[in-house]
Design a protein around this ligand. Structure first.
Ligand SMILES: Nc1ncnc2c1ncn2[C@@H]1O[C@H](COP(=O)(O)OP(=O)(O)OP(=O)(O)O)[C@@H](O)[C@H]1O
Length: 461
């Protein structure tokens, strides 16, 4: 082990003592530059001395703080014990328990010593792609929200990335090592609400053959994501409010209350404030959920992201073994001119359809099928390929309520049918092909009333 030879590093004797320590250790000088790390630090964090010595120590934090703890330390000289997400050499981040303490070297120079212990598991880099101004502003808002424990209400159009944003808040928060539990309020009927959210005791009702832990409890120490909160029946809203206010709840049929320390993030595409005025959403619950409201911008207001997102989606498909598709310039231009009312999910569906129409080689403008193109004769015929059933009558037969669907919904329903045929109705594979959870697939099949038999998955799956 060779201690650093940087001019302002701790003296050689001190460095030798520190090098022998078995716990990961970092030494920071008063200018907040990293002056020393030991072997254990290199090994555990996957960061080499040549890479980080001399760097700003605050840059190791995955979530930039308003005032980095190192600067605060050199102001107050107070030891500390805190948890922070630290960037690893792999590009991932991981929660670390950090003890900071003052150190004095033989020359009377003050340093900050930090012992670090990794907690939980590594967190992947953000999956939120895009560099448009609106996307960057959104990321800043999400990261600010991640630094607090306040309830967040995400508002945005369908398919704009609300669930991804909720996951991002969780992953960047101090709760990253805890669970992220999704509650889909569209499937929580009045009957199901209490037992799904709060659990039930064995024998509480017919069919309650065993004790069941509710999602509120499953999310203990982590984040509870209430998706489509605007769909929650008003009769159930006081029960949710009570649990949020007190952190305690009683499983159906149980005799004792239980408690859970959850952080709540909810999402809706509806105007909840208007619902409060109409009396269909409780005002007290609204204020409890919307402490930090965040608007997810629609894709049309961050068009610069479209090429990057499209490339990412193509790469995903090639990783699934669907050839090495690429996009022609004209195809990208066509995407850039479209408004995407179904947002990123619609972009995904359009790209999937284009790849299905042209499984190998370059995707041309003609393979990019936009809803308005489908209703005109202007679009050139796509290349012959193993295409989905283009017969509208066939689709009408499969989709029970086709006449009530918008062109976008019809395109999505058509694509789901194509996947159903391709994977012989295997729900898991269809959901993977559509890049949605089985729960979301189930919701879509119900919404489009597709004539295929599916079992309801567990709402949190
Ligand atoms: N910025 C982004 N970068 C990469 N992928 C994204 C981004 N935003 C959304 N997606 C992808 O788009 C799809 C839709 O996102 P998501 O399910 O989070 O939207 P949503 O707003 O929750 O939808 P809904 O309103 O239907 O519940 C997902 O496959 C998601 O991974």
């Amino acid at each position: 082990m060779t201690p650093t030879t940087a001019p302002t590093a701790p003296t050689a004797t001190l460095s030798r003592i520190l090098a022998g320590q078995r716990k990961p250790l970092m030494v920071v000088a008063a200018d907040c530059q990293i002056r020393f790390i030991n072997d254990a630090f290199e090994h555990v964090f996957g960061l080499t001395r040549s890479h980080i010595l001399g760097q700003d120590s605050c840059s190791l934090d995955a979530i930039p703080q308003d005032e980095c703890r190192h600067r605060r330390f050199f102001r107050d000289l107070e030891p500390y014990a805190e948890n922070h997400l630290i960037k690893l050499g792999t590009g991932e981040s991981q929660l670390a328990q950090i003890f900071g303490f003052p150190m004095l070297d033989e020359d009377g120079q003050i340093y900050l010593g930090e012992h670090l212990k990794l907690l939980g598991s590594p967190v992947a880099e953000s999956k939120i792609l895009g560099h448009a101004a609106a996307t960057r502003a959104l990321l800043t808002e999400l990261e600010r929200a991640a630094q607090t424990e306040a309830p967040v209400l995400l508002h945005g159009e369908t398919g704009s990335g609300k669930e991804l944003a909720a996951e991002h808040i969780h992953q960047q928060s101090q709760r990253a090592a805890g669970p992220f539990i999704v509650v889909d309020c569209t499937v929580l009927s009045e009957d199901l609400f209490e037992s799904e959210l709060f659990g039930h005791a064995k024998g509480a009702f017919t069919g309650a053959v065993a004790n069941k832990t509710g999602m509120f409890e499953l999310a203990d120490g982590g984040t509870l994501f209430l998706d489509e909160i605007g769909e929650l029946p008003i009769s159930q809203q006081p029960k949710l409010l009570r649990a949020l206010e007190t952190g305690s709840f009683r499983p159906v049929g149980a005799t004792k209350n239980r408690s859970s320390r959850v952080r709540v993030v909810s999402a809706t595409h509806k105007d909840l404030a208007a619902m409060v005025k109409q009396g269909t959403f409780r005002q007290d619950l609204f204020y409890r959920l919307a402490v930090l409201p965040i608007m997810i911008p629609p894709l049309r207001s961050r068009r610069e992201d479209i090429p990057e997102l499209a490339q990412f989606l193509l790469k995903e498909l090639s990783l699934q073994g669907l050839g090495q598709p690429s996009l022609s310039k004209a195809a990208v231009q066509k995407l850039l001119q479209y408004d995407f009312p179904g947002n990123i999910r619609e972009l995904r569906n359009i790209i999937h359809l284009a790849v299905a129409l042209n499984p190998s080689g370059e995707i041309t403008e003609a393979s990019i099928r936009l809803p308005e193109m489908q209703s005109t004769d202007a679009a050139p015929e796509p290349e012959p390929a193993p295409a989905p059933d283009p017969d509208p009558a066939g689709l009408q037969r499969s989709v029970a309520n086709a006449e009530h669907l918008s062109p976008i919904e019809l395109a999505e329903a058509s694509y789901i049918m194509e996947l159903m045929n391709r994977y012989h109705g295997n729900r898991k594979q269809v959901a993977a092909g559509l890049s949605v959870s089985e729960r979301t697939l189930y919701r879509k099949l119900k919404r489009y009333r597709l004539n295929v038999h599916v079992q309801s998955p567990h709402p949190s799956s």
